[in-house]
Design a protein around this ligand. Structure first.
Ligand code: SOE
Length: 387
């Protein structure tokens, strides 16, 4: 055991609960950390389910009331692995108790909630992290380095598409992600939040937004309410309920630095399971990325000799690449879960030494401002400027 022990209380035990638990359990084995994360207590409303989860993933204790967890003196970190409608209340309470916060995305349901999460966290001097995990894909971290080193030059274009297909069946149930009260919006909130975070990270701040959204299936069979937070959803009856979020969103933006961008987010791209792709075109070169081939970055350089110019595929698996030296020899690829381990490593370092990490709740506010402007633009059929 190295350095101070940092006791973690995780709230939520479904898809993200597992991804986070795996990260906390593995991070100390692959990274040389200044402190040791301890899987102290797992919290969920259903005692049987949370107990089974805790036993499987190595959490020492269980709790069914999150208020008991955030008020415990021996807890240093609160990990919020829950859907977005539950982030605000827990984050504010955890920050007031001086706990560092590792929070799933999207940050919250609106700018007001996100702003208060940020203000209370800052007032209490805690480290807050918002888990837009794709920043920590080595190929995306390499793209950031190339842009920062001015290898791509002045950026003209951003183009992203986040495409999934898990609700194309009209009988797929009315899960929590399809209801405004739990999700706020559809892929525009869930998926474009990732893409906007990456655009902020790689290109810069956004000035103006114009968006269109659409809804292909208006009603769906009611779902088992126990499935909130899970991607595996069962129908409980043939009775139908209204879908209250969009199924697809298209957004165009002006960046403050003069670049232009487009964002596509959909759950209706049949055959695309979780395809997040983006392209960056600059005065000196270009970059393209596709999460379905996440160990690769495509790079085009204007500096190459005439006659051999063209996109090259960089296998981002060498020790010189961000995060990679902690894993396997060159060419031995990594996956989705590793991005959570990278986030856990950087977060533990921030709590012990650095004092802050990005993206955080401030970045979360900027993301939500853009997403809200997109929803407004789609509703009012006009360009909306970010203040
Ligand atoms: C489900 O659509 C989902 O899990 C998102 O919520 C995640 O943020 C994304 O990374 C993968 O897809």
């Amino acid at each position: 055991m190295k350095g101070k022990r940092l006791n973690i209380g995780i709230i939520g035990y479904k898809f993200m609960g597992k991804a986070h638990s795996n990260a906390w359990a593995k991070v100390g084995q692959f990274f040389d950390l200044p402190a040791t994360p301890v899987l102290k207590v797992a919290c969920g409303r259903n005692l049987n389910n949370v107990t089974a989860f805790a036993e499987k993933w190595g959490w020492e204790e269980v709790e069914t009331d999150w208020k008991q967890v955030v008020s415990r003196d021996d807890i240093d970190i609160i990990d919020i692995a829950l859907p977005q409608h539950l982030h605000y209340e827990i984050a504010v309470e955890a920050a007031k108790h001086g706990k560092h916060i590792f929070c799933e995305k999207p940050i919250a349901m609106d700018v007001e909630q996100a702003t208060e999460m940020y203000n209370v966290s800052e007032a209490n001097g805690i480290v807050h992290y918002l888990n837009h995990n794709y920043r920590r894909v080595p190929a995306i971290a390499l793209a950031k380095q190339l842009i920062t080193d001015n290898v791509i030059g002045e950026i003209y274009h951003w183009r992203s598409a986040y495409q999934q297909d898990w609700i194309t069946d009209p009988n797929f149930p009315l899960s929590w992600q399809l209801q405004e009260e739990y999700a706020k919006a559809g892929p525009h909130w869930d998926l474009n939040s990732h893409a906007v975070d990456l655009a902020h990270f790689l290109v810069g701040d956004i000035q103006d937004v114009m968006a269109m959204t659409t809804n292909f299936i208006k009603e769906r069979p009611l779902a088992n309410p126990d499935c909130v937070g899970s991607l595996k959803v069962e129908a409980i009856s043939t009775e139908k309920g209204e879908v209250t979020v969009e199924d697809a969103a298209l957004m165009m933006v002006n960046f403050k630095n003069g670049a232009v961008g487009s964002f596509e987010a959909t759950r209706f791209a049949n055959g695309r399971k979780n395809k997040l792709s983006f392209e960056v075109y600059g005065s000196k070169g270009s970059l393209t990325f596709n999460l379905e081939r996440m160990n690769e970055l495509e790079y085009y350089s204007e500096q190459d000799a005439d006659g051999v110019k063209g996109f090259r595929t960089i296998s981002v698996t060498e020790d010189v690449h961000p995060y990679v030296k902690h894993w396997w020899p060159a060419g031995h690829i990594i996956g989705y879960e590793h991005t959570f381990v990278h986030a856990a490593a950087d977060f533990i370092t921030a709590v012990s030494e650095a004092g802050s990490i990005a993206p955080n709740f401030k970045d979360g506010i900027s993301i939500i401002e853009v997403l809200e402007a997109g929803l407004k633009s789609s509703l009012e059929k006009r360009v909306v400027s970010i203040k």
